[in-house]
Design a protein around this ligand. Structure first.
Ligand SMILES: NC(=O)c1ccc[n+]([C@@H]2O[C@H](COP(=O)([O-])OP(=O)(O)OC[C@H]3O[C@@H](n4cnc5c(N)ncnc54)[C@H](OP(=O)(O)O)[C@@H]3O)[C@@H](O)[C@H]2O)c1
Length: 332
């Protein structure tokens, strides 16, 4: 039984811990919240024996072997480094940090401490994505020629996502999923174009084209309007669409493997969700730690740093790029 400490009592902690407490190889031994009341309230909901508003108290506990960090992104690096220095393994919510430089610091500290560290990119462990990735890597679509993915909803984004002081960014909060998908199938982009809209310095939506040697990706994200929540990976022999919500989905449609599949009915690949869907990632973390591994092969430190580097580049391009003005025909 691996002892987990939970840092943060927000929405995602609720969803992840409700999966964690139902797993047979994990026990949640402690929780930290910004206020003692919220920490105790959370502990009460899940039968967690220890609650505190002091991080050092959680880090000092021998029954906490791994900590799950689910606070706003701009706090991840310092909390993770402190946890690693206290000898804990870390699972850090996405985005792992708000810059590639910080991601490097975190993973370097993990290597120094000899502790496991991973960004909680649960999409990589979702059984649907595992099957789709395996089949594409086995050649189902031949060479991949493009990835298209978007994630936009106009629901009032919460304060942390929009707040400059909280490191708010729709690119890093939502765009990370389309960007991660492009990395899976096409690797690091050679170059990219990106444009976006800002409010108080925070990117509230954006879209990008990534260029690869023989392929491209069209990606979009928004916190202020709907953008189709599906994704499609195309290759020499057909394409696969991940149905909405593509990052958390349970169904894909395969248009490959023959004329009927391409022009007629696609093959359906389905994996019903169990619990809130975080179980496979949590199990993978538990197994990696039990096996004394410092990273998980499905979402390595290098993967996480590469994705963060691309997010940094998209952010910089959105902020600095001057788009070419199209001359107005009617003015002539
Ligand atoms: N994997 C997923 O599906 C998924 C989904 C949503 C979010 N996330 C990620 O999970 C993380 C947290 O998101 P959330 O939606 O749970 O956020 P949230 O509901 O705002 O909760 C964040 C937690 O951090 C605390 N907090 C707020 N500001 C803080 C600060 N400056 N320093 C330390 N703690 C602070 C909050 O305390 P108070 O309650 O006192 O404010 C709360 O306990 C983010 O990195 C986000 O990207 C992942």
């Amino acid at each position: 039984m691996l002892g987990w400490g939970i840092i943060g009592t927000g929405d995602i902690s609720d969803r992840v811990v409700s999966d964690l407490v139902s797993s047979s190889d994990a026990t949640v031994t402690a929780v930290w919240g910004r206020s003692t009341d919220r920490a105790h309230g959370f502990a009460g909901r899940y039968g967690i024996p220890f609650a505190t508003a002091t991080l050092d108290e959680l880090f000092a506990r021998a029954d906490v072997e791994v900590v799950y960090i689910a606070t706003p992104a701009h706090t991840h690096a310092e909390i993770a480094i402190e946890a690693l220095q206290a000898g804990k393994h870390v699972l850090i919510e996405k985005p792992v940090t708000t810059s590639a430089a910080d991601a490097r610091r975190v993973y370097a500290e993990a290597a120094r401490a000899g502790r496991f560290a991973m960004e909680a990119m649960w999409m990589r462990f979702n059984p649907l994505h595992v099957e789709v990735l395996d089949r594409i890597r086995d050649g189902l679509l031949g060479e991949i020629t493009s990835v298209r993915a978007s994630f936009g909803t106009p629901f009032q984004p919460r304060e942390r996502v929009l707040s400059p002081a909280q490191g708010g960014s729709i690119l890093r909060d939502r765009g990370i999923y389309p960007v991660t998908l492009a990395h899976w199938f096409l690797g690091d982009p050679l170059s990219l174009m990106a444009a976006g809209a800002f409010e108080d310095g925070v990117d509230i939506e954006g879209h990008a084209t990534f260029e690869f040697a023989e392929a491209f990706a069209h990606l979009a994200w928004s916190g202020v309007r709907f953008l189709d929540l599906s994704a499609t990976v195309s290759g020499e022999r057909g394409w696969i669409t991940l149905d909405p919500m593509f990052w958390a989905g349970t169904r894909a449609r395969v248009h490959a493997g023959g004329v009927e599949r391409i022009f007629g009915s696609p093959e359906l690949v389905e994996h019903p969700r169990v619990g809130n869907g975080y179980g496979p990632m949590l199990k993978a973390v538990t197994e990696a730690i039990a096996g004394a591994r410092l990273e998980h092969a499905w979402h390595t430190h290098a993967d996480s740093i590469a994705i963060t580097t691309t997010l940094d580049a998209a952010d910089e391009t959105m902020r600095n790029s001057e788009l070419l003005k199209v001359p107005s025909i009617s003015a002539d």
